[in-house]
Design a protein around this ligand. Structure first.
Ligand code: CAA
Length: 397
């Protein structure tokens, strides 16, 4: 264990020296994700976006390849990889299909990671194993109609009535909301205690009183399914509470710190996917007698994209390496997400601009990427929330 920690610390030092020195295994995972994205995700990505079609077959294959429980210990059905490998795979998947990437990110970072770190052994055997193997997928239900950024203001309640809790309330904008089998639901168990009176529960699809609301019609990541969830007197067994009584808010925050690395990598992938397409187009498309990359107006846009993407990638690797080293990642995860999501937005807008009229139509992919990018500045903590996290962290130093 000590040896492993030393390996991670060495990797962190290498990353800080800007010498990524990816291992052979990490490069293999990157290549496997790249191949999967090209062969399985690219065909049909436009159609799934247009019709808001969930990538069922592709997600099933991602499970079989180990992409849905990447960092989980093999003894719980996972692939046992490190967080840097996860970032590498996320970037490759998101380059091609940001919708498939968010399914992967939520299952890995919010659901599996939360259960592996904080759930009981019984909960792990029952829920983590099938989730990590990708036999089923999970969802993380924190946001509510009146509690998004202000996550302590939970209105969903779970009242202790002896041998079980009675869950009531509504959750909004839940990724994997319709297709998940297991849901981690955050609820207030004692209003007086404010955030210390919040708990996290594992809830199964199909339990009496649990209704999945309408699928949201979204601007981007349209291949992913986003739903509201309604709970009316849902009986949640005591043994389905995660951790000690009152641990739910700290659980959610700890899980989201890791989740933000996943979303940062998704944003990185969207940006690098758009950049690669814009670069290719700029080398082929001619205007005023030459390929448009020879016009400084285009070349400088590409130079900016290239630099920004590299900087975003470094922040993602750094946060991931810190996670692998067991360090506090609240600040580095927030920095990676804040920066990479801005880069995704800027890059995709410019990629559309470089493509001109072609960029505005679906078959060139970049208009979808521009729509997909926006959510990375909103979910798992808006950019404004990331700035709260970062500024509070630096104020403490
Ligand atoms: N890491 C660890 N702990 C944290 C933390 C962090 N990043 N941020 C706060 N905490 C802890 C604090 O230490 C404190 O714990 P103690 O009382 O035990 O000391 C507790 O949480 C409360 O913290 P604050 O007093 O700072 O609470 P606050 O209300 O002032 O602010 C916040 C907290 C940072 C704004 C928080 O509410 C937040 O992160 N909001 C955004 C929520 C969010 O990311 N929602 C996304 C929804 S999930 C989603 O999008 C999933 C999906 O489907 C894709």
């Amino acid at each position: 264990m000590k040896f492993l920690k030393n390996v991670y610390l060495r990797q962190l030092i290498l990353i800080q020296k800007m010498d990524f020195n990816l291992t052979e295994e990490q490069l293999m995972i990157q290549q496997a994700a790249r191949d999967f994205a090209q062969t399985e995700l690219l065909p049909g990505v436009i159609e799934r976006d247009e019709h808001q079609k969930f990538p069922y077959e592709q997600v099933k294959k991602m499970g079989e390849l180990g992409f849905l429980g990447m960092m989980v210990d093999p003894k719980y059905g996972g692939a046992g990889m490190d967080s840097v490998s996860y970032v590498l795979a996320m970037e490759e998947i998101a380059k091609v299909d940001a919708s498939a990437a968010v399914v992967m990110s939520v299952n890995n970072s919010l659901v599996c990671a939360g259960l592996e770190k904080f759930a009981s052994e019984e909960q792990k055997q029952k829920y983590l194993v099938p989730l990590a193997k990708g036999e089923v997928i999970g969802a993380f239900a924190l946001s509510e109609p009146e509690a998004g950024s202000d996550a302590t203001s939970q209105k969903t309640t779970a009242i202790d009535i002896g041998d079980h809790y009675l869950l009531n309330g509504t959750k909004n904008w839940i990724t994997n909301g319709g297709n998940a089998q297991y849901y981690i639901v955050i609820a207030q168990t004692d209003v007086e205690k404010k955030h210390k009176g919040i708990n996290a529960f594992i809830v199964e699809k199909g339990w009496e009183g649990f209704v999945i609301g309408k699928k949201e019609e979204k601007l981007g990541i349209r291949g992913s399914d986003t739903h509201s969830l309604m709970f009316t007197d849902v009986k949640v067994p005591k043994e389905n509470r995660i951790g000690e009584d009152g641990f739910g808010f700290n659980f959610a925050m700890a899980v989201l710190n890791g989740g933000r690395i996943g979303i940062a990598s998704q944003a990185l992938g969207i940006a690098s996917g758009a950049y690669e397409l814009a670069l290719k187009y700029a080398k082929e498309r001619k205007a005023f007698g030459t390929e448009i990359i020879n016009h400084q107006a285009i070349a400088f846009k590409l130079a900016d994209m290239h630099v920004n993407i590299m900087a975003a990638r470094m922040l993602c690797y750094k946060a991931a390496a810190e996670k692998d080293a067991g360090l506090d990642i609240s600040e580095s995860g927030a920095m990676a997400k804040l920066y990479a999501s801005q880069v995704a937005m800027d890059t995709t807008i410019e990629a559309v601009q470089i493509h001109g009229g072609y960029g505005y139509v679906k078959e060139y992919h970049v208009e979808r990427m521009m729509r997909d990018a926006k959510i990375t500045q909103i979910y798992e903590g808006t950019s404004e929330i990331q700035k709260i996290v970062i500024s509070r962290s630096i104020a403490k130093k």
